[in-house]
Structure formats: C-alpha cells, structure tokens
Design a protein around this ligand. Structure first.
Ligand SMILES: *Cc1c(COP(=O)(O)O)cnc(C)c1O
Length: 427
C-alpha cells in the first residue's frame, strides 16, 4: 500500500462503512495510530477524539495498563471456545460485574456486541415466561426515541422513525411504544410523563414479556436526558403488572452519566441489564447481559432445559482480560470527581452556544454534552470542519455532541467545546 490517497481510494471502492452507501460513500479519514485522547491521521494530522470512538475508550487509546493486560493474556491464549470450557478472565470479569452492578444481578451472559446483548436479554425474557408456562407473554414495551442496536429484535424496539421500521415492515416484530419521556433530568417530576407507559402496560401486560429502555439517557435516539423518577415509576409499574424490566446500560454504564450505572439515579435494579461499549475501554468488542437468580432458576425446569443462545466467540479471554483491567483501572482513581469536572466544564463552555441562531438547545449530563440544532447537519460538510479544528466528532441528525474519554485534560476539552461553538456558528 503506497500513498494515503490510494488507501482512501481503495477504501471508497471496496469497504463498506457504518450507515453509509456504496459506491460513493461519505468521506473517510485514515487513522495511523491512536494514543491517549488523540487519533493520528495517515496524513500526519492529530485529532482530539471528542466522542471516545463511539463512547467506548473511556481511558483513551493504547493505555499501558490495558495493553499490558492484553499482552499478558496473549501469551496464555487469545481465544478458546466457551462451551464446556472456562477460564480466569471470564470468571474474574463476571465476578467484577456482579460486584459493581445492583445486588440482585447475579449471573452474566457474555456476548460480542451490544446488539447481541440486547437480543440475549429479549430472548431471556421470552424464554423466562415460557418456562413459567406463560408463552403468550412475548411482546415488548419500549420508549419512543430509544436505540438498542441494529439486529432484528433490537431494531424492533428502536424508535420506529429513526429506526426506519417501514423499511423492514413485516419482518420486524410489532412492539408497544410509549411516548418518549418529556420531563427533563433536572425539571420537577410530573406523574403525567409516565401515563402512556402505564396505559400500555394496563392494556397489554398479558402479552408483554418485558419493558426495555435506556435509563435516564436516550443516547443514539437524540441525546435526551430524562427524569430518573420515570425509571423508578416504570420499574414499580412493571412489578405491579408482572412484566420484567430490561435496562439497556450499553451507553450509560461505567460512569458516563455521573453514576456507575444510570439506574442508580432511580435507586432501582432491573431484572435484566445489558452492558457493552465502555466495558472493555474501547479495546475490543465485548458485551454482557446480566440477570437475577429469580430469572435464571426457571430455566432448568423449562421446556428447553437450557437458555438457547451461545455465540462462537462468547467470553473471549482476550476481551475479558482487558475488560477486567479496564474496570480495575476505573476503580483506581476518583472517576466521579473527574466526570463532575468534565460536566462543570461542558456546562460552562457550551452555554454560549445558546446564543447562536442555529441552536435550539444545549444540554449536559455527566461526561455528555449536546448541542441540539434546528436543522439536521450535513455530515459531509461538518465533519471536515471539525477535523480542520483538530477535533474528531461525529454529529448525527440535529445533534453536535461530545462524549470525551474520562482522561481528557481541561485544555483539550476546551478545544473540543471551542470547535463545537465555531462549527455551530457557521451553520
Ligand atoms: C450502541 C448501543 C447498542 C448496540 O451496541 P453495538 O455494540 O453497536 O451492537 C445498544 N444499545 C445502546 C443503548 C447503545 O448505545
């Protein structure tokens, strides 16, 4: 491979990127290496990654502790099958996850991506009711503006508009959609916000296996921060109507919103929880679905006698070893103080964006800062404007947002927020 131009030309010809078209995809930038908060491009430019490679690399790239954990594990084995075999990395990571998640969650099912963790959660819920001789409970209740992944079951509970349901009409299971929560994180709670959720439960609980949603922050569905009381009330209603609660903490988990898990804001524990994204610190693809003993113990007596799922690369030792080190790393410093500092800086520095005519709203929670625009952004135009300012961001829809690595320094975050202001000012 010779020049950077040729690399990009070949990429454009053959390589399909996320949410893009062939054969004339949106522009891409070639990365040569990444270290700390920085991406180093093939053309020599250096960018501060303001979205942590889709919210994953919370401790930055090429962290020495994660690299060492991977190297140590490679010397032993990078992968073995998980059927009939087990290993220290998976067992120790499971123990760690059980220790840091709410107490009722006692069992961990590993998988290789968030979407699959959601599929597993949904299958678990359906099979649970099957085990309890209530097989007609196989529908799901979810929230508008949600996002849970790109596979078919996950897509069925994504927002029907953003999730492009009409495209797969007939293939997607029909689920129940409550109105998206409207009361914001810091506004006074009003009971009417939960009315649509409650009405759907009341009318259809006999068909519903579980409610599934992202607690407190709907991320890919529009970076919406909503009231924790919604989560608490939803949890209460699920119990009342004999419906399981699945919380998708794939984006919110591991400190991003200021608590280790967003459900802590509501003081509740789900029946099933999905984690992914930041689990391995962005090092490798790894996800997990956690559940309670109450759920798991019904499986042995059910018709199948087992839970019917088992990915080939389940519990990959290399990914588990790195994830375990990532969680130890997270525990090794005062991350809540770091998130609080990022939050305070984002609030202070993004506030002036409110005065821009293209801007509809500015909001910040934990290490998430979003500028909502009146009009959708033209990615092909906006992306290079960020790159020109030495910053990597990936706006979508009407949102310019940042979810920086926790290790970002104030002067680096300052460069990100300045770029957000400048780009929004050009709109
Ligand atoms: C990213 C995401 C997923 C899907 O995870 P993948 O690893 O992309 O399959 C599911 N749920 C939420 C809340 C997410 O943010």
């Amino acid at each position: 491979m010779d020049t950077v131009d040729r690399l990009i030309a070949l990429d454009r010809q053959h390589v399909w990127h996320p949410y893009s078209a062939m054969p004339n995809p949106l522009p891409v930038f070639a990365v040569r290496a990444a270290k700390g908060v920085r991406l180093e491009l093939e053309d020599g430019r250096s960018l501060i990654d303001g979205i942590s490679s889709w919210w994953t690399c919370i401790h930055g790239y090429s962290h020495p502790r994660l690299n060492q954990a991977a190297q140590r594990q490679i010397e032993k084995m990078s992968h073995v099958m998980f059927g009939g075999l087990t290993h220290r990395p998976a067992v120790e990571l499971a123990q760690k996850l059980i220790e840091i998640t709410p107490e009722p969650l006692q069992h961990v099912f590993f998988s290789d991506s968030g979407s699959v963790a959601v599929e597993v959660a949904m299958k678990m819920a359906v099979q649970y009711w099957h085990n309890r001789a209530l097989p007609h409970k196989h529908k799901f209740l979810t929230l508008r503006s949600g996002y849970h992944g790109d596979t078919f079951a996950a897509m069925s509970v994504c927002d029907p508009v953003n999730g492009m349901h009409p495209l797969f009409n007939g293939l997607l299971a029909k689920q129940y959609f409550a109105d998206a929560p409207q009361i914001r994180f810091d506004q006074p709670w009003q009971e009417r916000d939960i009315a649509s959720f409650e009405a759907l439960l009341k009318a259809h609980h006999q068909q519903i296996a579980a409610a599934i949603f992202e607690p407190v922050v709907q991320n890919a569905g529009g970076v919406r921060f909503y009231h924790p009381e919604y989560v608490r009330r939803a949890s209460e209603l699920c119990k009342q109507y004999n419906v399981l609660l699945i919380l998708d903490e794939i984006a919110t988990g591991f400190g991003r919103c200021g608590k280790l898990f967003a459900c802590e804001y509501a003081g509740i524990s789900p029946d099933i929880m999905c984690v992914g994204k930041a689990l391995s610190g962005g090092f490798m693809s790894l996800a997990a679905t956690l559940t309670t003993t109450h759920i798991s113990k019904t499986f042995a007596s059910g018709e199948a006698g087992v839970f019917m799922h088992g990915p080939t690369f389940m519990g990959n030792p290399l990914a588990c070893a790195v994830a375990l080190e990532n969680l130890r790393l997270l525990e090794s410093y005062d991350w809540p103080a770091k998130i609080a500092a990022i939050e305070a800086q984002l609030k202070a520095e993004l506030a002036i964006c409110r005065s821009l005519k293209a801007v509809k709203d500015v909001r910040v929670l934990g290490a998430i800062g979003a500028i909502e625009l009146h009009q959708p952004v033209d990615m092909a135009r906006v992306q290079p404007q960020f790159v020109d300012r030495g910053v990597w961001l990936r706006p979508f829809g009407r949102l310019l947002y940042t979810m920086p690595p926790y290790i970002i320094e104030p002067h680096e975050l300052r460069q990100v927020t300045a770029a957000m202001y400048e780009v929004a000012a050009l709109l």
